[in-house]
Ligand binder design. Sequence first.
Ligand SMILES: *[C@@H]1O[C@H](CO)[C@@H](O)[C@H](O)[C@H]1NC(C)=O
Ligand SMILES: *[C@@H]1O[C@H](CO)[C@@H](O)[C@H](O)[C@H]1NC(C)=O
Ligand SMILES: *[C@@H]1O[C@H](CO)[C@@H](O)[C@H](O)[C@H]1NC(C)=O
Ligand SMILES: *[C@@H]1O[C@H](CO)[C@@H](O)[C@H](O)[C@H]1NC(C)=O
Ligand SMILES: *[C@@H]1O[C@H](CO)[C@@H](O)[C@H](O)[C@H]1NC(C)=O
Length: 486
Amino acid sequence: MRFTSRHGIPLTALNQVCVLLYVSIVLYLLYRFISWSFSSVCEEINRGLVDEARILQLYGGWGRHLYYHRLCNETSKRFYYIEPYAYLNSLFKFRPESNYPVLQRPRDCPSVPPGELLVLMGIKTMPSKAALRSALRETWLNPADWADKYSSKIHLFPIFLLGEEASSISLDEEASTYEDLLQYKFTESHYNLTVKDNMFFEFFQTRTRLSCPNAHFVVKGDDDILLVPENLLGHLDLINETTQLIGCMHRNEEINRNIRSKYYMPSELVSSMEHYPNYFSGAAYLITNEVASELAAARFDVPMLPLDDTWIGVLVKSIDRTSDMLSSDSICTGVHVVPKGSGGWSMANDYDDPCFLAGLTIYHRYPSPERLLKSYQNLRQKNLTHICHDKAQETIDNVSRKWGDEARSMMLAAWLNNYARFFGKNELEYLLSKKRALPELTQEDQAKRGNQHLVGRPDRFNHEIPKVPPIMASQDEIINKRLSSE
Ligand SMILES: *[C@@H]1O[C@H](CO)[C@@H](O)[C@H](O)[C@H]1NC(C)=O
Ligand SMILES: *[C@@H]1O[C@H](CO)[C@@H](O)[C@H](O)[C@H]1NC(C)=O
Ligand SMILES: *[C@@H]1O[C@H](CO)[C@@H](O)[C@H](O)[C@H]1NC(C)=O
Ligand SMILES: *[C@@H]1O[C@H](CO)[C@@H](O)[C@H](O)[C@H]1NC(C)=O
Ligand SMILES: *[C@@H]1O[C@H](CO)[C@@H](O)[C@H](O)[C@H]1NC(C)=O
């Protein structure tokens, strides 16, 4: 019998070679496929708490994005994800576990004489960031700097919260020198930050070996901020029976179900709601002893989430304290959570200007420890009052240009309020006498004051923004009031 083509034309020798070639290529590919399937295929699919198989079902499959970003590591025989999904490698490792051994512990919590305030500060940091920690110890975390300003009535007790990084960095020397490290044996990861909140509560809580239950206030902060102590303490003036937590509030934020975002929340972890309970940006917030004790006691009842700040929000809700949260315009300004349409915040080199920093409570995201040291030194220079006084008009013009019309009066009011705390009422009056660029605050604006203003991430914003009048209590008034209410 002869080979024929589909048009019945007899095949030439050349055509026969082509067919043979074709068949051998197919056989070769088949061989490669079979040997690949038997030797190097990644078989394991994570069926942990965050279920990889389920997520693949939702977002993967033939022709879907996820499939093309999932590769097989032939050595480990495990799948791994590449950008923009690389964060999944870490998310799949999430476990709601916080019971890790202690590696380093700080010195014992001090006890303070009656009539004086103890502020416990927990700063999330990582082992490799030693230079940043030493910059913080010399600047806003320096207890002497606070005592200096407040006639030793305020005792600051700062501790750093750490896990372990892949590279084995020894913290023994640092820990014994400063006695301010609280390190547990768990892997540093964006999704393990909730472990640090748990460590911090454990450190605070009564009836544990590591404990600081007498702290009048608990402040949680990040290591990449500059904090202005006098302006943070000014916030204590806002605390009363119904305001017990202060920070920058994310209000009624929709739960992120976008698989491309590192804030993606799988429905295995949170399925019963569409919005997070109100929560604070973790860059800096302040809690009273009363609420911190309740949170510490409730933490085992609320399943951990891989996103630390939202978990705190859920925890606050679980003790029915959400309505006791107050959003601070000043802290929101500092974390750059500014309203949409507010013109954003033109921040270029803002930290170079100590007269501007004097009106902030925090400034989030310092590019380097050196920059932070320099800014803080500028803020603490001896003749700063004179320097700022001499260029007050220019400063206020510049500051009012930082934010667009919509948010300007609110953010300016918060800024002026803090500026007044920093330099004293006289300087504020001087500044206000130069206020040609300053919008008026009406009675109605003042009446609208509440904790309903800043919500959501910058891209999701409630546009009703009440304006806040300056609060004029002095340092001493604030401290005395707090002490008398203890
Ligand atoms: C593959 O796995 C090996 C062993 O676990 C690891 O050393 C290597 O970095 C991995 N390669 C990639 C590209 O993830
Ligand atoms: C958190 O730390 C634990 C203990 O080291 C580790 O097993 C886990 O994989 C880490 N989680 C993440 C999300 O990296
Ligand atoms: C507590 O403070 C908030 C805001 O600072 C205020 O709106 C509220 O009226 C105060 N409540 C009491 C009981 O003083
Ligand atoms: C501030 O003090 C420094 C050092 O005493 C001095 O060199 C500088 O001129 C002063 N600046 C102003 C504006 O007074
Ligand atoms: C105000 O802004 C201008 C332009 O950016 C700058 O050159 C000037 O130094 C600023 N002045 C003050 C007092 O911040």
